[in-house]
Ligand binder design. Structure first.
Ligand code: PBG
Length: 340
């Protein structure tokens, strides 16, 4: 017996003395020794708000996900809260796009009004808002242009204004997703100066220039009219740089940091988790969701099992918060208890 404790098993050892399978024999045993427990408390649900009235349209590339006008968002949010979800992340869109995306910071904008509606129907729901310009600019980039290039500092100023308008409308957490340098610090200073020191910031800290955002861009009408986002979002080959980005955002005052996408960047999630103690979010993005949905629709995957496995993987890698289009459905699945 002792030999097994002091060295690797050899042919001379008693066969089978070490049998990890013992604890896999019964569902109850497996549940007792499970290292990662997925909980509805971890899930943050993205919702799309659009201008207009009476709009409730399914997004073709995101089956089951809807674009809703402000008058429809309150009821939908109530259902999300009733499913046991704690928090939503709102994405907006402009009625009129412009070079500087002026509508993004308008108190009459879809997101700003939606926050009020949600707080009315579901006062306990925590409201996060995506802070960006890409769904509001006529060129579809996440900042303000100077010729064909992004003007970082002019963009940061606009982005801070957008964050302030969300805070004024009642957002609990603002989430800048633009990847401009210095925006977290600029948002924090402006919010503090305007007496919103209680409004938290979740920074899209390590956001990669990913092909997996494709379906989202249809949902929020935010595809760039020219070029791509590689000049501001991170290069998929870089992981050490993610640690630097996270460090900078924390220094600038981020309360929560995020890695995005999630499934294709599990190593980055794990490295950020190992390096920093701050609350960590990971975004299981539209393309990751849509790929599993599409395979399930063809009968190639069991959606429930695949989704729960994917969400568990993101939690196991180290994410505290998982942003997922599956949130309400997953809440139901988790309620039913584990099947394995
Ligand atoms: C906007 C933004 C994007 C996503 C979240 N915020 C798209 C992009 O950067 O092009 C992607 C979300 C998803 O794919 O689910 N800056």
């Amino acid at each position: 017996m002792r030999e097994h404790l002091i060295g690797p098993m050899t042919a001379a050892d008693e066969v089978g003395a070490l049998r990890p399978r013992r604890l896999r024999r019964l569902a109850g045993l497996r549940r007792l020794v499970r290292e990662t427990r997925l909980s509805v408390d971890q899930l943050l649900y993205p919702m799309f708000v659009v201008p207009g009235e009476g709009v409730e349209t399914e997004i073709g590339s995101l089956p089951g996900q809807m674009q809703r006008s402000v008058d429809r968002i309150g009821t939908a949010a109530r259902e999300v809260a009733d499913a046991g979800i704690q928090a939503v992340l709102l994405f907006g869109q402009a009625a009129v796009k412009s070079p500087e995306g002026h509508e993004a910071s308008s108190p009459a904008g879809a997101v700003q009004r939606a926050i009020g509606e949600i707080k009315e129907t579901s006062p306990d729901l925590v409201v996060f808002t995506d802070v960006c310009l890409c769904a509001y600019t006529d060129h579809g980039h996440c900042g303000v242009l100077h010729g064909q290039t992004i003007d970082n500092d002019a963009s940061v100023e606009r982005i801070a204004d957008v964050a302030l308008s969300h805070a004024r409308a009642g957002a609990d957490v603002v989430a800048p997703s633009d990847m401009m340098d210095g925006r977290v610090g600029a948002i924090r200073s402006l919010l503090d100066a305007e007496s919103f020191s209680e409004t938290a910031i979740m920074a899209y800290a390590a956001k990669y220039a990913s092909a997996f955002y494709g379906p989202f861009r249809e949902a929020s009408g935010s595809a760039p009219a020219f070029g791509d986002r590689r000049g501001y979002q991170m290069d998929p080959g870089n992981a050490r740089e993610a640690l630097r980005e996270v460090g900078l955002d924390l220094e600038e005052g981020a309360d929560i940091v995020m890695v995005k996408p999630a499934l294709t960047y599990l190593d980055v999630i794990a490295r950020v988790r190992a390096e920093y103690d701050a609350p960590l979010a990971a975004y299981l993005v539209s393309g990751e969701f849509a790929a599993i949905k599409a395979a399930a629709a063809r009968g190639w995957l069991d959606e429930r099992a695949a989704a729960l496995e994917a969400l568990t993987a993101v939690a196991r890698a180290g994410a505290d918060i998982i942003i997922t289009y599956w949130a309400p459905e997953a809440a139901g699945w988790l309620d039913e208890g584990p099947t394995h």
